[in-house]
Write a protein of this length. Structure first.
Lengths: 114, 111
């Protein structure tokens, strides 16, 4: 049973380019979370999605960031016009959604903006 | 007061010793509790869920104290490989998805 799959593992973008981060949840999981982690800092919640719905995007910057979880295919976190401050590790986690269910994390995507 | 608080450490502990740390939470109605560990530059990994009656998994014991609103993690016979940051996670009361993460306690096991 494959775990949460994220790709790419490492992504380098120049300022102003777009970054697309992909996440395939564990089999049977329909709930996806995205977190950001800066070096030496804790996890920061960004967005929570179920299939075709954004449930909570309170942690996501209002501009340049968007997320989706289509009916088919992986969840995508999209960052437009990246800036140096977007450099971070972006982790995706999934769960089956029941109360008491823990999250299972992917390996993360390390975004570097040059 | 933060919703979930942890002593950031670091806790420097000799190999073989027992170490314990707590995590306090502010909302008395919270229902689900977890301990995760995170190694440097890696993803958080679930260590254990914390049940009302307390639970044990090998050298690890987790306890929940609802009256004082904290959970604890005890590690016996610590190994070098236990060096990591330990993250406490609490669900927001009334929600089955909103999880509040502590900032983590850094543990360093020394030979």
């Amino acid at each position: 049973n494959a775990g949460v799959m994220q790709n790419p593992r490492h992504l380098v973008r120049r300022r102003g380019q777009e970054a697309r981060l992909r996440c395939s949840p564990m089999k049977g999981h329909s709930h996806v979370y995205w977190y950001r982690q800066l070096p030496e800092e804790g996890l920061k919640f960004m967005v929570y999605l179920q299939k075709e719905n954004i449930i909570d995007e309170s942690g996501m910057p209002k501009e340049r960031f968007s997320a989706e979880f289509p009916k088919e295919g992986p969840s995508i976190l999209r960052i437009q016009q990246v800036v140096r401050g977007d450099s971070a590790a972006y982790f995706c986690a999934s769960s089956p959604g029941q109360l008491g269910s823990p999250l299972h994390f992917g390996n993360g995507t390390r975004l570097t903006v040059t | 007061r933060k919703e979930v608080e942890q002593d950031p450490g670091p806790f420097n502990v000799p190999e073989g010793a027992t170490v314990a740390f707590n995590c306090t939470y502010s909302n008395s109605a919270s229902q689900s509790f977890f301990w995760y560990r995170q190694d440097c530059r890696k993803e958080p990994k679930l260590l254990m869920s914390v049940y009302s009656s307390g639970n044990e998994d090998g050298r690890f014991t987790a306890q929940l104290n609802r009256a004082s609103q904290y959970i604890s993690l005890l590690i016996r016979d610590s190994k070098l490989s236990d060096s990591a940051t330990y993250l406490c996670v609490v669900n927001m009361a009334g929600s089955n998805y909103q999880l509040i993460w502590g900032a983590g306690t850094k543990l360093i096991i020394k030979p």
